[in-house]
Write a protein that binds this ligand. Structure first.
Ligand code: NDP
Length: 509
């Protein structure tokens, strides 16, 4: 990653005044028509941190109209000019990295250290990556000699038009930029709809867009609730394509709505990701590294990453070594104030989400699951005073959970993993592939042949071997089955936003 953050200051000022967030439509900052607002909260403190436009179809229509007007000029601009604006935007975010990281931590409850080392640097990298990628995208030319003459076929890529970019709350700026950057680089104009739960960094980004010099209407940001503003955006007839990251049920409703007007859709949805741990990964030489990496894979961002490992398949012969070590390392996670530089594990996104996570754990326990650690809300008196009313749920490991139960079949999207023994590779593959999802998996072994054999047998978009979430932005990312349609990343993302078009020229004969 190109933007390594400097070390975290010892103390960080918490926000004093709530922000008043506006939509960015046609280059102007505006409240929702009619002035309706919702509020954004800091889930770690339960304090209101911003008022947010509660936009409706009116606002969405205005944003799409502005994006439609801006499209001819933007799509006709040379790619290097579009790339230069994205680079300028990246520089402004980098300049203000600390402010973005603080806002992301306050709006999500995630550790500030994580926002500073992952969310914001990765957002900057997204903007720079697609600025470079569009300069690497080559026009393809085919020449053919035929008895009756020769011809030259050129494959052009025509940007589709107005792109709707809808992003979730878990990695707000990271996933918002992951969508708008390729859309803008490819020559589309954009109407972005961040999650109403986490609008703050998208609002800050929209301010930097104006500062960077993006022309009016090229990138519009409409805040509001998914079923209202989001659904209106998806249904808007002048939207050409939709890129969505979020829950599988929402993805299904978007796919239905888009199908009638043949809008191109890319859907990055949920997962129930298996980690297959082979016995050699838990031998003396590798146990500490495996345990550290697995705990990171399970509990980064409080388990609220679509790729988090939630089903840990453990070869029986190493069960007795690995399980106590996982429990010990999980218990050692430092849970606390997200603004404290030593905190590993912060608040869930909301009290409502905590209740959902708790109810899935309680149901598993009701069905006979054994709680090895966690399994409860962190009591207020175990938390620092500033965050006592926050949505803190203990990192949880469960054993004896049937592979067919909800806890293993549905996405919990929280700090909960189940431990499942296996005896043969065939059994591990059957369990790993045995859900409706197919997003990602991890394989833990130093036996390269076995790792590749297991990887090839998995039906998922990404397999990491002996690691997790290492990401080359050039590779395609996405899921099988209910984990989504389409791929994001590198040229796959750029090409999503443009339709190939062929021009054939007779050149001789
Ligand atoms: P949601 O599906 O609830 O929301 C995602 C986005 O869609 C939000 O902006 C939301 O707005 C909006 N939205 C909600 N309903 C509609 C609708 N009817 N029409 C249009 N837009 C709508 O997901 P979450 O925000 O809860 O995010 C968590 C989910 O995201 C998890 O399932 C996770 O697995 C998935 N995810 C997948 C990733 C991947 O790469 N596959 C990466 C990261 C997350 P609002 O929030 O304002 O309601």
């Amino acid at each position: 990653m190109s933007s390594a953050a400097p070390p975290l200051p010892a103390s960080y000022p918490a926000r004093v005044q709530p922000a008043v967030i506006c939509n960015l439509i046609d280059g102007c900052f505006r409240p929702a028509r009619g002035g309706a607002t919702t509020v954004a909260q800091n889930p770690a403190t339960n304090q209101m941190i911003a008022t947010v436009p509660d936009s409706t179809a009116h606002d969405v229509n205005e944003a799409v109209a502005a994006a439609s007007r801006a499209f001819p000029e933007w799509s006709a601009r040379p790619a290097d000019e579009r790339a230069a604006l994205l680079m300028r935007l990246a520089d402004l975010v980098e300049r203000d990295l600390d402010a973005f990281a603080l806002a992301e931590s306050e709006n999500t409850g995630k550790p500030l250290a994580l926002a500073r080392s992952l969310d914001v640097p990765r957002s900057i990298a997204n903007l720079r990556h697609f600025a470079h990628a569009v300069m690497e995208d080559r026009t393809r030319l085919f020449e053919q000699e035929l008895p009756q003459g020769s011809m030259q076929s050129t494959v052009l890529r025509k940007p589709l038009g107005v792109a709707a970019c809808i992003s979730p709350w878990n990695l707000p700026l990271y996933l918002f930029t992951w969508k708008i950057a390729p859309a803008l680089a490819a020559g589309c104009t954009v109407v972005g709809k961040p999650s109403e739960v986490t609008p703050v960094t998208a609002w800050m980004l929209s301010q930097r867009m104006v500062d960077a010099g993006f022309p009016a209407g090229v990138c519009n940001v409409v805040h509001g609730r998914g079923p209202l503003a989001g659904a209106a955006l998806v249904a808007q007839p002048d939207v050409a394509c939709i890129t969505f990251t979020g829950g599988t049920l929402t993805g299904e409703s978007i796919a239905r709505s888009a199908a009638g007007s043949f809008k191109r859709t890319a859907l990055e949805l949920g997962g129930s990701n298996a980690a297959i741990v082979c016995a050699d990964a838990a031998n003396d030489a590798h146990l500490p590294a495996t345990v550290d990496a697995l705990v990171r894979a399970m509990f980064t961002n409080q388990g609220q990453v679509c790729h988090c490992a939630s089903r840990i398949l453990i070869e029986r012969s190493c069960w007795d070594r690995l399980v106590p070590a996982l429990v010990e390392r999980t218990r050692a996670l430092r849970i606390g104030d997200p603004l404290d530089a030593t905190t590993d594990f912060g608040s869930l996104i909301s009290a409502a989400h905590l209740l959902r996570v708790a109810s899935m754990v309680n149901a598993a326990v009701g069905d006979g699951a054994r709680v090895l650690c966690g399994g409860e809300r962190i009591p207020a008196d175990a938390l620092p005073e500033r965050v006592r009313s926050g949505a803190f749920y203990a990192p949880t490991l469960l054993q004896d959970v049937s592979v067919d139960s909800n806890a293993n079949q549905e996405e919990i999207f929280g700090p909960v993993a189940t431990l499942i023994p296996f005896s043969t590779d065939a059994e591990a593959i059957r369990i790993a592939n045995g859900t409706k999802y197919g997003l990602s998996a991890t394989v833990w072994t130093r036996d390269d042949e076995r790792a590749m054999r297991l990887s090839r047998a998995l039906t998922v978009g990404t397999v990491w071997i002996n690691g997790w979430m290492m990401r080359d932005l050039r590779v395609p990312i996405g899921g099988f089955r209910c984990s989504g349609i389409g791929r994001e990343g590198g040229m796959d993302a750029l090409h999503f936003f443009a339709e190939p078009m062929v021009v054939v020229r007779r050149t001789g004969g």
